[in-house]
Design a protein around this ligand. Sequence first.
Ligand SMILES: NC(=O)c1ccc[n+]([C@@H]2O[C@H](COP(=O)([O-])OP(=O)(O)OC[C@H]3O[C@@H](n4cnc5c(N)ncnc54)[C@H](OP(=O)(O)O)[C@@H]3O)[C@@H](O)[C@H]2O)c1
Length: 274
Amino acid sequence: MQQRSIAFIGAGNMSRSIIAGLRQAGYPADRILAANPSRPKLDELAQQFGIGITQDNAKAARASEVIVLAVKPQLMATMLAQLVSELGSLEGKLLISIAAGIRIERLSDMAGGHPRIIRTMPNTPSLLGLGMTGLYAPAAIDAEDRLYAEQLMQSVGKTLWVEQEAGINGVIAAAGSAPAYFFLFMQAIAEQAEAMGFSPQQARLLVQQTALGAAAMVEQNPQLSLQALREQVTSKGGTTAEAVRTFQEQGLMPLTAQAMQAAVARAAEMETLF
Ligand SMILES: NC(=O)c1ccc[n+]([C@@H]2O[C@H](COP(=O)([O-])OP(=O)(O)OC[C@H]3O[C@@H](n4cnc5c(N)ncnc54)[C@H](OP(=O)(O)O)[C@@H]3O)[C@@H](O)[C@H]2O)c1
């Protein structure tokens, strides 16, 4: 991976996870800076990963080729305005946003018209290094910058580029919000397992281990479609066939489509807030 000097503005959970991934992959500590208004998170990062820390965003940004925008979306405009006013210009710097719901055009406005910005959309399992991140870059962004952003996010999981920025909202529906869909389905299975007489701990173990096993089967059999995998574990006239038939007859597929479309619509609505 290119070892550019990189500053994380906002040293919260997501920055911490990416920094952990970078350090684990051998990224040099003296090429990483984190900036945050309060001190305790910074001290922990310095102690654990040996990186540089500062409470001064401008100082971190000035010293770095890449700036990761990792504050909460509602703080982005103020943070960037202050950065631009202190630095004069962000020329020569690549900005990588991990903030949910702020379009590139808007980020560029907030950053004084800065043109070199890549937008990423990680999901929460990134905090465990098992993330799924969507990336979007405008046409003018060069291949080296794209590769850098991709490798950065691969430090916390897998990545997928989208061709159009609207594709980021599809990533939100299929990956960003999707851990919650699985939690909901797992909750439904666990609750029914409890109703069938298992203790809460037993029900959780049953569903948790089965979800892990099912995900591993998907991952380890890339040559099989999801439908083929399901058919392989569904004998004609058996128990699984009865359960799957019930799900399908009760509209699981159109219901899921409707839920994902609702997520996309909400994501588009939220983009107008910032
Ligand atoms: N966590 C996720 O699963 C996830 C998934 C997708 C996208 N994201 C995006 O990632 C970004 C960060 O999320 P997070 O979960 O890491 O949030 P977080 O843990 O709250 O981290 C945000 C950090 O920004 C700091 N901060 C506040 N104002 C600042 C300023 N003016 N300058 C510099 N730092 C400032 C906060 O410091 P204090 O705590 O001291 O105020 C905090 O440490 C958000 O934009 C979010 O949309 C997160």
